[in-house]
Write a protein that binds this ligand. Sequence first.
Ligand code: SAM
Length: 811
Amino acid sequence: MSLSPGSSFSLASALPNDTFSNDASLPNSTPPTTVADSASMNSEPSKLDEITVDVDAEPTISLPSSARDDVPMTDAPAQDSVQEGESRDSPIRPRRSHAAPVYNLSKLSGTDGHGKRRANGDVISTRRRRTLIKAGLMEDDGFLEQENARAAGRSQAIGARDSQSASQKSSPRTIRRAKPSPPPRSSSRRATLDVATLNRMIVNTDRRGRKSMEKIAAPPPQKISRELRRLQDTKEFAHVDEQPMITTVWANGKYVDPKEAESRARKRVKKDESKNDPPAEQEETVSPEPVTNTRQRRVKKYLEKGLYSGQDAPMDIYKGLTMNEKKQLSELPELIPSGRVNKIMPSPMFTGLRTLIAGRDFRLPFHICNPLPPGQPKPDEWRKMTKNRFIGDSKDIWRKSPHYHDMSKCVCTPEDGCGDNCQNRIMLYECDDSNCSVGKEACTNRAFADLTSRRNKGGKYRVGVEVIKTSDRGYGVRSNRCFEPNQIIMEYAGEIITEEECERRMNEIYKNNDCYYLMSFDQNMIIDATTGSIARFVNHSCNPNCRMIKWIVSGQPRMALFAGDKPIMTGDELTYDYNFDPFSSKNVQKCLCGQPNCRGFLGPKPREVKPAIKTVLKDTVKAGKRKLQEFLGGEEDKAKKPRAKKPTLKAITSTRGALANVGMQLKQGAATALKKTVASVASKARGKKTNGASQTPLKGRKSTGTIIKKKLTTTTRLVKTYTKGTPKKQTTSQTSVTAKVTKKTVSGKASPKSPVKKTPTTKVVTQKTYSSKGSRTPASVKARKVISGLSSPRKAIEISRGIQTITASTE
Ligand SMILES: C[S@@+](CC[C@H](N)C(=O)[O-])C[C@H]1O[C@@H](n2cnc3c(N)ncnc32)[C@H](O)[C@@H]1O
């Protein structure tokens, strides 16, 4: 093998400390097999061998094809080169003639001095050894040549070769090529590289190429999970099915038997065939071709005009609209006419254009609880509290003040169920085991207990209310469910404070507030629900659907919001009449309840009613007196005079309802209000009975006469109360209380003036207590206190500033 002088390169081989496999330990045991070996064996140590490669002598570098077939590709060039330089017939060489060429790469690359790796039992040479089997390097016989040529001045080598071949061949191409090639580059980056570097480059190139080839040939194994690795040798992994796979077909949740399906399909085909079969005479002529799929595709029918047929979009959608509506319409991009007329299923919106523009409120079905999604905004200052808490001196005052234990006791029977006639109910006392013998199951006068158990069960439906943000009145409360008339909804709970504390808070803490949450309570104390229950968010309305009522529960007064006389539907905003006392004109707030009877501002009930009441009262007093006279006279001279015809009333609904009606009648100024009231009570009672709305069993009700008497005397007493006392402060509480007094009177057959003396029953005793010690009567105390509070000295008035008076609550 020889290279032209110009194209020769030096092949450095590590000779003295060559780390070639056996060289260090057994120099003679393994004969040199490569150029490097032979060179190293025959040359002086630490001397670079210079191998001259003749680039032009192509046959010497690339084996003849015949020879290549016989010899492994990797070995051929090396062997050839050996054959050239050495004796092929050497007794030692042939044995290893097929060995791959080995290069001492560390030596070649100059990294032989970098370090050594010690192995057990090895005699470590002083140099690091690195063996590279140049397998594949010579696979392409032109590769080495090209690399060498490139490294040692490719242009020169190729030029030389080209010129030679050009002289040999005379094809036009070769002629063209024979043109004088540009002079070889005198300086090239690679040309100046030493052999070691070049070799390293060759090796690297080879390694990279081989790797990439390997990658293409066999992509790197994908990472598989441990479980799969364990399964690798299983048949399942290899997708080898030992048993035949049974596939089942299911349609509409039913197993489809393939045989059955097949037979059915066959039958269907037959049917179709028979349908499509030509007449018998033609049958003979038709060749028996196999029928493939004779089923015809069904033609789809589209509905051109459907539900809204005849409601084509108007060409001029602005026609007939007002200017404002036109403007609004033009702002709705989806309604801008596109020019296309929708002929298929026109939308009904074209007929409801106005509705679409204006929008329309709708009401959910009554049984749908549709709570707001969580995360609604809540006022920062609100701290929720579901039970009353005494603050400061209020506790001591409360302790010292009279309590209401044993002040009312009902005599209902389980059949009565503590209905409308229940003494406790009438007195606004909640029944419990201490004052009611009917029992938990049958008693229907345990609203607060019911509320507690309902809330304890939890859930939005049971709570039944939620805080909403109104458009103009701040927060409000709406129902999440339906409530029956007079059903308890929620308790108004908060901090119970004294008047002094209230005043302090008003002057110091709430002085800049727009909203007040102060409610007149009991014993001249106030519930401040700034920290309190949800009920504090209930807004005012001049035509409310709820009432705030104070009840005595286990001897303690408690306030709660109750549904009014009408049921409350899901989604209704809950309101009650604040009967607000703004104290000064500065505090007067505009009422935004939007009711037809709105008073225009948040304030007490109008005083204009007074004269009317006075007039009415006078008349009513007269009428009442007359009635009473008649009644009492009738009682006394029963035998002498025939009694007035009694209405056939068997039950009444509630005293409160009746009295509300009375109030209404008084406002109308009718002197005959009494009669009408009685009539309305009677009719209402009848109605309730018919409808079954009342929870009171009718069985236990007393005689009609008694009930009517009660009502009659009630009215009388009411009138007297107003006449004697402070008619301005008419309240339902008063009426309720008065009703009791009257009832006593009736049952005791005593005069209204001295009901106590003539009350023989337990009921009467209780009532007597109230009437004789008016200040101790819970409801009357409450009512009177408020009344006196409103007309009391300045301080009291100041304190009541912004307080929703109890009169409002109990209405
Ligand atoms: C007890 S708070 C009711 C809850 C209050 N809306 C809130 O956002 O907290 C009473 C205050 O609500 C407002 N309010 C209640 N009802 C109103 C009505 N009908 N019109 C105007 N404002 C009302 C007034 O500012 C009043 O002082």
